[in-house]
Design a protein around this ligand. Structure first.
Ligand code: HEM
Length: 480
């Protein structure tokens, strides 16, 4: 009985404390936002499609407002000029990522995506240099090989009358490209390769679910220590991915030749060195980040592109005509063709706008009290860019709900920032744009995409770390 009353008293105290923290006024220019409840904040107003809920709130609270996820004061931004003001003009204040048990658990704030401060500055510098050195020839060759592989598979399916599963095949395409890029490892259609892909894809899918869900314990001051312990003793998928990379690092060290770097991993060995455990762990977590950030994102973007084009044969035909006309007798699109294929590029951009890959990118943190325009942003608040709200912003896009590639045929639109902006924007944006362009244009050159039953495919998305089509779909391929 005594224990029960202590627990009830502590809980009541915590409710008051949590409410007090949320309701006390800290600045005269504080942001507006929906009324938060003690403990859960505004979680009760967030459905399974949080990007849409937060877009609806723009009507009431404007292009910058605050919500509470548990105890986390979160600033939601829906205007590109405000994003620029934060991520470009005030980059050093908005550069870090928010620290929670989940972001710490995987890599102990090592690598690229979750690290902060001086560590991140050094890592990002090394990674950017490593990518420049690895790029050009290696990427050009690897994308050429991978596109041949997927087109061959598609032709085989077409001749056997089999329908095409975009989710599986495009994830395989981006995984193969990433394996070649990071490890110089070629994945084939053999079982051994299939097993290797599964070793990475299966834990990654589970982690995406875990991280995309928005966990109350991850965002409560009182719950965080318990959640850290829970993750430490129950969550093993991060380790599986890091161990997978570790095996490859050890193999690479044995055969390493500084005068002939084969892939990103070799260049990272050269840049970081492998003398200390810390350096080795930095290399492993950086490669892990590339697998995390670079496989599912591009595959999902491509999956939506095929879906949108299958539902719109006239747009598909227009892109095909442009590609065919430009190539003449050639039968393969190369990266060097990109600047000439203006409509195809517009299709890619329009899909990235309307069916953005990540709802909120990767959340940032504000590391000191500051003013953004007339708004006060408190230290340690979480910053979310709502890419869906940017896409729906009528100040920048007319008829924003409509899929219309022609809107990207003219001047650049400053609201189109799918890879974010500023020094901490997506480090893989060039790689992503290269692989998406090569894959989409060569598929369109070879095949007409048709739905299985002649009906439109459901375009609704399901929320996670990436926004995917709600129902996995298949399509029929007709040779052009
Ligand atoms: C369509 C595909 C992709 C989209 C839409 C995308 C988008 C993004 C966004 C919005 C961020 C957050 C940036 C910020 O905080 O401002 C990000 C970060 C990142 N992306 Fe991408 N990305 C894509 C593909 C890739 C690929 C292919 C790679 C690897 C080759 C990659 C590697 C990364 C990394 C390592 C980060 C963390 C950067 C840092 O914290 O310094 N991404 N991406």
């Amino acid at each position: 009985m005594a224990i029960l009353s202590v627990v009830v008293s502590l809980f009541t105290f915590y409710c008051f404390y949590s409410g007090y923290k949320k309701y006390k006024r800290v600045h005269e220019s504080e942001l507006k936002g929906p009324f938060p409840l003690p403990i859960i904040g505004n979680f009760h107003q967030i459905s399974r499609l949080p990007h849409r809920d937060l877009t609806n709130m723009v009507k009431k609270y404007g292009n910058i407002f605050r919500v509470y996820f548990g105890d986390i004061y979160t600033v939601v931004v829906s205007d590109p000029l405000l994003v620029r003001e934060m991520f470009v003009k005030n980059a050093d204040i908005f550069q870090d990522r928010l620290e929670t048990p989940l972001t710490k658990h995987g890599s102990l704030y090592h690598g690229t995506t979750t690290s902060n401060g001086e560590y991140w500055v050094r890592n990002r510098d090394i990674v950017s240099r490593a990518m420049k050195k690895t790029n050009i020839k290696h990427v050009y060759e690897l994308l050429n090989e991978e596109i041949d592989r997927i087109v061959t598979v598609m032709k085989r399916m077409n001749s056997s009358g089999e329908s095409f599963d975009p989710r599986y095949n495009l994830t395989k395409f981006t995984t193969c490209a990433m394996f070649k890029y990071i490890f110089d490892e070629v994945l084939t259609d053999e079982k051994e390769s299939h097993d290797k892909v599964k070793q990475i894809i299966d834990p990654m899918e589970r982690l995406f679910k875990l991280m995309g869900g928005g966990n109350l314990f991850d965002s409560l001051d009182i719950g965080q220590p318990f959640y850290s312990l829970y993750l430490k003793y129950t969550e093993k998928d991060f380790d599986k991915i890091l161990n997978f990379v570790k095996v490859r690092l050890n193999e690479h060290i044995e055969t390493y030749n500084p005068d002939n770097t084969r892939d990103l991993l070799d260049v990272l060995i050269k840049e970081y060195g492998v003398d200390t455990e810390e350096d080795r762990f930095s290399i492993i977590t950086t490669c892990g980040d590339f697998l995390f950030a670079g496989v599912e994102t591009s595959a999902t973007a491509l999956e939506y592109m095929l879906l949108m084009l299958t539902n719109r044969p006239e747009i598909q035909d227009k892109a095909y005509s442009e590609i065919k006309h430009h190539l003449g007798k050639r039968n393969k699109v190369l990266l060097s063709d990109r600047s000439s294929l203006i409509y195809t590029n517009a299709v890619i951009k329009e899909t990235l706008r309307l069916k953005m890959v990540t709802a909120f990118g990767l959340p940032r943190k504000c590391s000191e009290d500051c003013m953004i325009g007339e708004y006060f942003i408190p230290k340690n608040s979480q910053i979310l860019v709502n890419f869906h709200a940017l896409a729906m912003n009528k100040d920048y896009y007319s008829n924003p709900e409509t899929f219309d590639p022609s809107r990207f045929l003219g001047d650049t639109n400053q609201a189109f920032i799918p890879f974010s902006i500023g020094p901490r924007s997506c480090v893989g944006s060039q790689f992503a744009q290269d692989e998406i362009f090569i894959c989409l244009s060569n598929i369109l050159l070879n095949f007409r995409l048709k739905s299985i039953d002649g009906n439109k495919i459901d375009e609704e998305e399901v929320y996670g770390l990436t926004l995917k089509p709600k129902s996995p779909y298949k399509i029929n391929l007709e040779l052009r």
